[in-house]
Design a protein. Structure first.
Length: 532
């Protein structure tokens, strides 16, 4: 049965033979043992000796009270029972103080390792974890010893930290090799810092290997990990004023009280979702439209902040692009009208990814980083359709900006995100709901580039309820022998967009693709599609 510090404070007695070693086994701390010793240890008083040859006087244990000392007589020596009584009173006072107050640790406090008897200052107790040889000397080539020095030495404590958002090691405090007296700002680790760390360890009689030091520093840094984006979003406090729903209207100059508010709310909440729930599904992208000089890019930068924004990215889909996305919250994809159909498809595929897989510099293993970034497009359409893939247009949310208020975005940025955080935590959705779909699709269709074949195909459909693929090819002037899967896919996309359904007709031993439409008012429907 254990005997705890609280048991002693409560006045309970330990088992017979209980000592300091038992207290350590029972979980007592150094401060608790110090308090116990101060309260219970008896002060040693040497016995008084008489000069040689002088007989010791016998003292009555209980002198008669009727024999007081005369006025000119010297004061009698205190009786043994009185001395012991005073000591008992003092011990009881100290015990009460120890049981009601925490003893302050003296500045010279030390820590002793029981099995090695090694004693160090309390602030240097990390040294007790150093790996030593049989003679008790620290092993200079032990990797753990390098890590302990780099993490706990008074010159290195707090220097390395891991930025979990940017996935890189940071120097948060000036290292010993930094110029003395120079101003310091936290910065990413550089190649020369690894060499400096090796030389610093060598100055402490360690023998580190330069090839291993990067991994050791990475481990040390991850013991002090932080996430700057999470810290920013979680640290915001909303003032209760609604700004998110009308962001596009109030800050970008968009018009309309239906579509723009829908996109504004879904866009901003999806950004917060990626920040606080890395890797969540966000496969949509707002596209801010407007003439040159409207400061569209500046608006996106002001919204996300310089620390979390970039408009520079390597070829989409490359390994470099995946690494460059780390530490980015808002990414601008500029001048989308210049993209070819193939490039637009690449953007679409890149947009749907939830995890980026790559091997970081100095890393030996491929990592999977849940995506934190949100893509934002800008474009000067000049009245021309720019969405070339009708099936993928649903991923893009066009917003026609007319007058952007950069100062207002800077002023209200924190409150805009604070409200978006509150909406996200309340369970608000960041994707278009079924009842909102029609309004969104209407705006997307306005920007969808219509295939030139529509002008040839649509008139043929006015008076028909079905038509074969071969008939369409013949009307387009495509010989049967030249028709291939590219032509078939292109016609299929057009017919689907016009509302026709494809099927197979295997009558009379033939196998033909047939398109059918059972819509009652075929004429008005075809005319409606031709109005694109």
């Amino acid at each position: 049965m254990t005997y705890s510090f609280e048991d002693w404070q409560a006045g309970k007695q330990p088992k017979k033979g209980w000592d300091c070693a038992d207290a350590i086994d029972d979980g007592w701390t150094k401060d608790q043992l110090d308090a116990f010793m101060r309260a219970t240890a008896r002060q040693w008083v040497p016995a008084q000796q008489k000069p040689a040859g002088e007989a010791a006087e016998s003292v009555s244990p209980d002198p008669a009270p009727s024999q007081p000392a005369g006025p000119s007589s010297p004061a009698p020596e205190p009786q043994a029972w009185a001395v012991e009584h005073d000591r008992a009173v003092e011990r009881d006072r100290v015990t009460r103080e120890a049981r009601t107050t925490q003893q302050a640790q003296p500045e010279s406090a030390t820590v002793t390792q029981l099995h090695t008897r090694k004693t160090v200052k309390a602030d240097d107790n990390w040294q007790l974890e150093l790996i030593c040889n049989e003679e008790g000397k620290v092993k200079p080539g032990a990797t753990k010893n390098w890590a302990l020095f780099l993490e706990n030495h008074k010159d290195m404590e707090g220097v390395f930290a891991f930025d979990a958002f940017k996935l890189r090691v940071m120097l948060q405090l000036p290292p010993p090799w930094a110029p003395k007296g120079a101003s310091w700002e936290p910065r990413p680790i550089q190649d020369r810092d690894y060499s400096e760390a090796v030389m610093w360890l060598e100055g402490r009689y360690m023998t580190p290997k330069a090839s291993n030091i990067a991994a050791v520093i990475q481990t040390v840094a991850e013991h002090s990990s932080f996430d700057r984006l999470t810290d920013y979003l979680e640290g915001l406090e909303w003032d209760g004023k609604a700004r998110v729903k009308m962001f596009a209207n109030d800050y970008l100059g968009c018009v309309g009280d239906n579509y723009a508010p829908i996109v504004s709310e879904r866009w901003l909440i999806s950004s917060v979702a990626r920040g606080l729930k890395p890797g969540c599904k966000v496969d949509t992208m707002p596209i801010i439209e407007g003439p040159q000089g409207l400061r569209k890019s500046t608006a996106i930068r002001a919204l996300y902040g310089d620390e979390f924004f970039t408009d520079e990215l390597s070829d989409i889909g490359s390994k470099d692009a995946m690494m460059e996305l780390q530490g980015v919250w808002g990414l601008e994809v500029a001048e989308m009208h210049r993209f070819s159909a193939a490039e637009t498809n690449s953007v679409k595929k890149f947009l749907t990814r939830q995890t980026d897989r790559f091997r970081p510099p100095y890393g030996r293993s491929v990592i999977e980083a849940p995506r934190r970034v949100v893509l934002n497009g800008t474009i000067n359409p000049e009245g021309n359709p720019y969405l070339r893939d009708p099936t993928g247009a649903r991923r893009f949310w066009p917003l026609e900006a007319r007058k952007i208020d950069i100062d207002a975005i800077h002023r209200d940025r924190d409150q805009i995100w604070a409200e978006a955080v509150a909406l996200f935590k309340s369970g608000a959705r960041w994707w278009v709901q079924e009842e909102e779909q029609q309004a969104v699709e209407t705006e997307q269709e306005k920007r969808t580039d219509v295939d030139v074949w529509v002008d040839h195909i649509a008139p043929m459909l006015k008076t028909r309820t079905s038509i074969t693929q071969l008939e369409i090819f013949e009307a387009l002037g495509i010989p049967k022998k030249d028709a291939d899967w590219k032509h078939s896919n292109r016609v299929g996309r057009i017919m689907k967009k016009l509302g026709w359904v494809s099927g197979r007709d295997r009558k009379d031993g033939e196998d033909r693709i047939v398109f059918r439409n059972q819509k009652p008012d075929l004429l008005s429907y075809a005319d409606e599609k031709l109005d694109w």
